[in-house]
Design a binder for this molecule. Structure first.
Ligand SMILES: [Ca+2]
Ligand SMILES: [Ca+2]
Ligand SMILES: [Ca+2]
Length: 194
């Protein structure tokens, strides 16, 4: 039987294709970018993908059972910017605008209650870490009204502590029974009162 003249060509072509396929498979994969642990934790905690963490989202990156007061103590020194003070033009009484660029003039950076990855990385790069100077009472007073309500009082202990125990402790201290602890009520030494 006479061999078809194209037979050899077809086989060669087929081999060529498989050779190409083999090359493609063996081609080096693009290098895997290793995301630092704190960055993947950040992304995981940022449930709404807003690019920043509020304190409750940030708490998810801290050890489970960490009291929210302790979380806030760590949170505040990281949240140093993200918002800026508005500078008012003394002539127009409106927010000042740069006459050259037309951009708003901004003042000192202020905490905005959110931690961005930039803020976190800047904090991690600090040689000397800044510490919050707030007292436990001030740290627990989330709404800054000078009193602790039962929920704020609960932030002082691990979220694993039973709510009944938190409330019993709260009631013992709340001597005027107004469901708020003043700093004096909070500081009172319960052992000398019984
Ligand atoms: Ca911020
Ligand atoms: Ca309060
Ligand atoms: Ca009270």
């Amino acid at each position: 039987m006479k061999q078809h003249p194209y037979r050899k060509l077809i086989i060669t072509a087929a081999l060529g294709i498989s050779a190409i396929t083999a090359t493609a498979v063996a081609a080096p994969k693009p290098p895997k970018i290793k995301i630092p642990k704190h960055e993947s934790e950040f992304a995981k905690a940022d449930a709404d993908k807003s690019g920043s963490l509020n304190i409750f989202e940030f708490a998810k990156t801290q050890g489970p059972g960490t009291p929210l007061v302790e979380v806030r103590k760590r949170f505040l020194p990281i949240d140093v910017s993200g918002a800026f003070e508005v500078v008012i033009d003394p002539v127009t009484n409106l927010p000042a605008v740069d006459p050259v660029t037309g951009e708003p003039v901004v003042g000192a950076s202020i905490p905005d209650g959110f931690i961005t990855l930039n803020e976190l990385n800047a904090y991690r790069a600090l040689k000397t870490k800044i510490k919050s100077k707030l007292s436990k009472f001030e740290l627990a007073d989330f709404n800054g009204d000078g009193f602790l309500d039962p929920i704020e009082f609960g932030y002082l202990v691990s979220p694993r502590v039973k709510i009944d125990n938190v409330l019993r402790n709260f009631d013992k201290r709340d001597t005027d029974d107004n469901d708020l602890l003043s700093e004096e009520e909070f500081d009172s030494d319960l052992t000398t009162q019984a």
